[in-house]
Design a protein around this ligand. Sequence first.
Ligand SMILES: *[C@@H]1O[C@H](CO)[C@@H](O)[C@H](O)[C@H]1NC(C)=O
Ligand SMILES: *[C@@H]1O[C@H](CO)[C@@H](O)[C@H](O)[C@H]1NC(C)=O
Ligand SMILES: *[C@@H]1O[C@H](CO)[C@@H](O)[C@H](O)[C@H]1NC(C)=O
Ligand SMILES: *[C@@H]1O[C@H](CO)[C@@H](O)[C@H](O)[C@H]1NC(C)=O
Length: 291
Amino acid sequence: MWDHTRMAWAIYWIIIGSFVQAQEFSTTVVKEGEDAIIQCGIQTKVEEGYMKWETIDNGIPVDLAYNLRDGNIDCDDRIINCTLYANGSIQLESVSKEDGARYYRCLRGDEDGYHYYSDHRLLVLSKEKTSSPPLFETPHRESVSSYNMGKKGVLHCYNAPVCEDDVDWNIPVDCYPPSGVIVDREYETIQCNCTDSDGLMNSVTFPVTRQMSSPPSIKTPHRESVNSYNMGKKGVLHGYNAPVCEDDVDGKLPVVCYPPSGIIVDREYETIQCNCTDSDELMDSVTIPVT
Ligand SMILES: *[C@@H]1O[C@H](CO)[C@@H](O)[C@H](O)[C@H]1NC(C)=O
Ligand SMILES: *[C@@H]1O[C@H](CO)[C@@H](O)[C@H](O)[C@H]1NC(C)=O
Ligand SMILES: *[C@@H]1O[C@H](CO)[C@@H](O)[C@H](O)[C@H]1NC(C)=O
Ligand SMILES: *[C@@H]1O[C@H](CO)[C@@H](O)[C@H](O)[C@H]1NC(C)=O
């Protein structure tokens, strides 16, 4: 449980945590080599504000195209040649199988920055004709954990099932919500599709089994000095300001330290240990040297 939480936390840090306004997901089916148009879902006119598209590859967002207020449109053709229309739709040219391995995320901008609007996926079919439908191999239907990241949204973590086909062998599996990417809310189920080169599809849905929040974090921006005062036979007094602990869900949390500040204890300690625990019993801990 701790390992999963740590992992989720690590994943969280590599994702741009944008505030969530709305959520939509769509899959666009396209043949290899043809153009695909993905609709953002909002009717944005250039004059009304900014918008941008990003691609998400292995959980890492990369800017793909911007629609700027002055009407300039900028598309990164190192990822894919594309055209961004004033209505928010993006046209991706001559798509390949690799283009189907990413998520495409539409964000709308305002004076506070870009806000996640909708997620999309391409389903790239092979040009050649083939035969029978693919099958999900789910011998180990692993557990799905969701992590509540407070205002930032919810992260789901799982291993996607494997899909096989007599002709195409291992087929990429598209799941939503994706594993390791923060989305606006918690989903009760994860839906996974796999489609072979003939366009024959198989789909599986599995439940989210464990719900967790992210662990709290002790902030020590000003790691203040810790003083100790020898009170002779009475013992030793330590004096310091306890660090602050914050949690995405619970907000500010109490911090428990030992030895406590301002209370005489039996001896001088070399370090002060501080813990904070959130409502899910997830803990963070720091040790501060006595200076
Ligand atoms: C974009 O188009 C140019 C010209 O057709 C081509 O050379 C380039 O490889 C394309 N970029 C991508 C990422 O496909
Ligand atoms: C946006 O504009 C493109 C190009 O004119 C068009 O193909 C597409 O259908 C439009 N999308 C919507 C939602 O109107
Ligand atoms: C799976 O396929 C269904 C039906 O075509 C579609 O509505 C859904 O968005 C797809 N889900 C994913 C994760 O691709
Ligand atoms: C902090 O947590 C650790 C591990 O659970 C425990 O051994 C220690 O006594 C706690 N310290 C304080 C000050 O609560």
